[in-house]
Design a binder for this molecule. Structure first.
Ligand SMILES: CC(C)(COP(=O)(O)OP(=O)(O)OC[C@H]1O[C@@H](n2cnc3c(N)ncnc32)[C@H](O)[C@@H]1OP(=O)(O)O)[C@@H](O)C(=O)NCCC(=O)NCCS
Length: 144
């Protein structure tokens, strides 16, 4: 189980470094409307997640494990789903060029970009930061 800690922009150094090393977008992380969390396990930050919440829909972005292949990714996605539920989100969307199969294993479905609601398609990731060939994926969050 991971503990999520909301990051303020003064704490973005490690987030930015992790995103850069994973070739994920950083250009817009200080823009308004974005939530970023560091994920801690036994007092150590094992990765990061981010959201752009639009009502009951959210873009899940910036999912990055600091050390790969040690199970952090699965825990990051579980923590993201729980945090999204707390934020009142019912459906997650994401774009990925490298981790489609990872997200399929976590229960996400691959869909056409056009399936995403307008507010999600208006995000900078959809508009310009992620290449057109990125896979669009979605996850329905069940009510407790
Ligand atoms: C995607 C990512 C978060 C996965 O984290 P991780 O800690 O390496 O993943 P885990 O160790 O929890 O792996 C869980 C399973 O997914 C598989 N997996 C991990 N990354 C994968 C990938 N990119 N593609 C396909 N399968 C992947 C693992 O092999 C493992 O499979 P298994 O259950 O059969 O053993 C990590 O690779 C990462 O930070 N990638 C760079 C950033 C990125 O692309 N993020 C996604 C877009 S926001």
């Amino acid at each position: 189980m991971l503990r999520l800690e909301r990051l303020s922009s003064e704490d973005f150094g490690a987030l930015e470094a992790a995103l850069q090393s994973a070739h994920l977008p950083t250009q817009d992380i200080r823009d308004p409307g974005k939530l970023f969390y560091g994920a801690e396990k036994a007092g150590e930050t094992v990765g990061f997640i981010g959201f752009e919440v639009q009502g009951s829909e959210a873009l899940l972005r910036s999912v990055v494990a600091r050390q790969r292949g040690q199970g952090s990714g699965v825990l990051l996605v579980q923590a993201a789903i729980e945090q999204a539920r707390i934020e009142g989100v019912r459906r997650l969307w994401l774009l990925t060029t490298t981790a489609r199969d990872f997200f399929l294993k976590q229960g996400f479905r691959k869909v056409e970009r056009s399936a995403a609601p307008d507010a999600i398609r208006q995000t900078q990731e959809f508009q310009s930061l992620c290449p057109a060939e990125a896979d669009c994926m979605t996850f329905e969050i069940e009510e407790c």
